[in-house]
Design a protein around this ligand. Structure first.
Ligand code: ADP
Ligand code: MG
Length: 224
């Protein structure tokens, strides 16, 4: 079994005015390639901080993080942008689509930085992933012409279009009704099954946790 994400004694402190917040305290964790893993914990427990560190959006105050065998802890997010673009896809609670771009343009956007792809190859990728999430008929719709569940499907297609090894999803169902949320989780699960993409998602919804094949709980910045 290959370890795709490894955290060794990771701490993360934030300074807020005079106050120090210890968002993560001595977190060590190995995540296997191909996992479908949930991080569960109440609001403020450190879920987003943990995902942001794994996603190289932020760096730890102390400790080491290895992504796909590379030590990323000492490097700035700028230095990590290429690794991030090619290795990691993100899905957010609030979808984070560009409102003025159509579904297909949103999915195409992260591909524009890959100079090795021709326009034709880019368009083929976009149609492939819009098809996988079941939105081929909605490719020219803007986000405000789509339902919440459809917007999250566009976000999933966008995260997958770069063919990342890891997809990080921060409370991907929090803004969806239960049935729609379950459909989104099921789609993520199917993609995990067919492409072996590693999924790491945070949630405080018990029904979402139950769909994971591995569950870690976080409380007050510590794994429990
Ligand atoms: P969760 O995602 O589980 O709700 P977070 O990772 O967002 O938790 O937050 C963990 C703790 O770190 C909280 O106490 C939060 O207030 C604090 N925190 C998160 N981000 C920042 C920040 N940028 N500046 C200061 N404190 C922060
Ligand atoms: Mg959060």
């Amino acid at each position: 079994m290959t370890i795709i994400v490894q955290l060794e004694h990771v701490f993360k402190d934030y300074t807020l005015g005079e106050q120090q917040v210890q968002a993560l305290k001595d977190v060590s964790l190995n995540i296997e390639d191909g996992a479908f893993m949930a991080i569960a914990g109440p609001s403020g427990s450190g879920k987003s901080t943990l995902l942001n560190l794994i996603g190289c959006i932020d760096t730890p105050s102390l400790g080491k993080i290895f992504i796909n065998g590379q030590d990323v802890s000492g490097r700035t997010p700028d230095e990590l942008s290429d690794l991030r673009a090619r290795t990691i896809g993100f899905i957010f609670q609030t979808f984070n689509l560009f409102p003025v771009l159509s579904a297909e343009e949103n999915v195409e956007y992260p591909l524009l930085q890959f100079k090795e792809l021709s326009a034709r190859e880019r368009r083929d990728r976009v149609s492939k992933y819009l098809d996988i999430v079941g939105l081929s008929k909605f490719s020219t719709h803007r986000p405000n012409q789509l339902s919440g569940g459809q917007r999250q499907r566009v976000a999933i297609a966008r995260a997958l279009a770069t063919q990342p090894k890891i997809v990080l999803a921060d409370e991907p169902t929090a803004n969806l009704d239960h049935k729609t949320g379950e459909g989104i989780l099921q789609l993520m699960m199917d993609i995990n099954g067919s492409f072996k993409t590693t999924f790491i998602f945070s949630t405080h919804d018990r029904r979402v946790m139950e769909m994971a094949n591995r569950l870690v709980r976080i409380e007050d910045g510590q794994l429990v």
